[in-house]
Design a binder for this molecule. Structure first.
Ligand code: BEZ
Length: 329
């Protein structure tokens, strides 16, 4: 196929192909990678996007979804997107923030009061506008946000106050904003990709994990814990990405179709978490584990310390805090 041949030559030909703004629509088989396991909300949304793409393109396009890090971790997938070796990904904003630090502002502690508030922040013009910077900043096209639930803490020991977490090895998603949060909390943050978390918690390699309700419940992390702290301390956005090189080779018609369907697929995950998270939390609360609900005061000065660090690193922190204030109910 024309576009795949162009892609195969890479280098100079691929660069000159970038100048072609609107090739005619050609049948394409796209590949989309993500780190979440097959039953996860994000993976289900990716599969649904593939089905919709095949249907709406009259069978011309197809999508192969590679879940559970089959194509590598997020850093590796982002490199593949940049080179054009991978077409698409649903990726944590965390990984994007490693390359485009302004996105780190989404992890400001207690930016969102609840999931409905997180949804309004992600759907704001300010958040949507940040996607416009991605092609120039890191060579990928951002087509919309999704999310997972707010972050909670699952601990193998009893926790009555934040001081009980001091020195504990707490599993975190490997990225800087959350590392800074747990450093400020005087813990020993332990970056670890999602697929390694279950065994690490079960065998005591870590004392606690930073996680969302879907996975605490669905992957039964709570079974290896004494205390679940419902803290809702951070939101966890996801972004739909297309390789900038691949995007440049698409017809305008295909760009419009993919932008519409991929954007809707990730946006739909927001509605799933808003609807489902209370149920997951209720089920976790119904187990025989100690369940504590805490607010920002539990973390003392940590949110302010985090803001002091990130107001320098991200030029979007003030803007997103302003959006949060304006959309608070
Ligand atoms: C995590 O690393 O905790 C995570 C990654 C993707 C989706 C949900 C959770």
């Amino acid at each position: 196929m024309t576009k795949n041949l162009l892609r195969g030559f890479g280098g100079a030909l691929a660069v000159s192909a970038l100048a072609l703004s609107a090739l005619p629509a050609v049948a394409e088989s796209f590949r989309l990678g993500l780190i979440t396991p097959p039953p996860h909300v994000w993976t289900q949304a990716a599969e649904a996007f593939g089905e919709e793409l095949a249907e709406r393109s009259g069978g011309a396009h197809s999508l192969q979804v590679f879940p559970a890090q089959q194509l590598g971790n997020e850093a590796e997938m982002l490199q593949q997107l940049q080179s054009g070796a991978l077409d698409m990904a649903f990726m944590t904003v965390a990984e994007v923030s490693n390359r485009a630090p302004s996105f780190g502002a989404f992890y400001a502690p207690f930016l969102a009061d609840d999931l409905g508030h997180a949804a309004r922040i992600l759907r704001s013009d300010v958040a949507q506008g940040m996607l416009d910077e991605l092609p120039e900043q890191i060579g990928v096209v951002g087509l919309g946000y999704g999310m997972a639930g707010l972050r909670q803490i699952v601990s193998r020991g009893e926790v009555d106050e934040a001081a009980d977490l001091a020195g504990l090895k707490i599993r975190i998603t490997p990225f800087t904003p959350i590392l800074d949060f747990y450093n400020a909390l005087d813990t020993a943050p332990t970056p670890m990709p999602l697929p390694d978390v279950y065994d690490a918690l079960a065998n005591g390699q870590v004392d606690a994990i930073d996680m969302d309700a879907e996975l605490i419940w669905g992957l039964r992390y709570y079974e290896h814990a004494d205390t679940i702290i419902e803290s809702n301390h951070m939101m966890f956005p996801m972004v739909a990405l297309v390789s900038g090189r691949v995007w440049a080779l698409l017809s305008d018609e295909d760009k419009d179709l993919i932008a519409e369907l991929m954007g809707a697929a990730v946006d739909g995950t927001i509605d799933v978490y808003v609807a489902e998270e209370p149920g997951w939390l209720e089920q976790i609360q119904g187990t025989d584990r100690t369940y504590v609900q805490v607010g920002p005061e539990f973390f003392g000065d940590v949110p302010a310390e985090w803001d002091a660090i990130w107001s320098v690193r991200s030029d979007m922190l003030d803007d997103l805090r302003a959006v949060a204030d304006a959309t608070r109910e």
